[in-house]
Ligand binder design. Sequence first.
Ligand code: ATP
Ligand code: MG
Length: 240
Amino acid sequence: MERTSPPAPVTATAPPPLVSLDGVRKSFPLPDGAPLVAVNDVSLTLTAGTAVALTGPSGSGKSTLLHLVGAIEKADSGSIDVAGQRVTDLSGRALAAYRRSVGFVFQRFHLLPTLTALDNVMAPLIPFHTEFDKAARARELLAMVGLADRASALPSRLSGGQQQRVAIARALVNRPALLLADEPTGNLDSHTGTAIVDLLLGLRDEPGTTTLVIATHDAGIAARCDRAVQMRDGRLTSLD
Ligand SMILES: Nc1ncnc2c1ncn2[C@@H]1O[C@H](COP(=O)(O)OP(=O)(O)OP(=O)(O)O)[C@@H](O)[C@H]1O
Ligand SMILES: [Mg+2]
């Protein structure tokens, strides 16, 4: 009988996680001396190209966790790796370059009030040489968020939802592989909120896979993400 070699085992080569947190902790000093632990021993891995909802009550540490991943704040201990880079070890220019590579939509839009919508979107690019036309890229993004006709408006002339869409366009201007959105639909009516979530979740299909972490109080948004994780008192309480 002829021997045949056994078939090669089928190994599912899972892609490496884009984001990996291990034992991350962050506390803030309080006036009475005892530190407030905002993020407490959080470990989490996120696969590239997925949308993850970060849920949990007010004060549970969602914004702080996003700030740590975006290197806006520095962790007290633990490690954060993003796309093979140990973010928690970066400093100086490498840290600045990392921060620029991440898209961040702030809980309060943080638009520059004296700049037009177009200039706000372009602002992160201004100090840098780019291979592409900065204004054209900013116009393209404003069109994507449905604001092509408001490019020259100041933020004070835009509604909350429109300002949030400008903030999203700005967060995308560097073509980030990782987009951190902190309650992007907070304070918006449900129709505008749904449009913004459609826009964000649609980014997973754009060229150059985007991984999203969306902090939200909205169970409907969490249900539409690929995965939801919950925080309570600085800890991750449930993973699915
Ligand atoms: N810069 C800071 N200094 C002192 N305490 C802070 C600071 N930032 C956050 N905290 C505290 O850390 C805890 C977590 O805050 P965080 O903003 O991360 O919560 P959150 O889950 O985003 O809440 P919300 O849903 O209201 O946005 C809170 O108790 C908050 O008061
Ligand atoms: Mg918050």
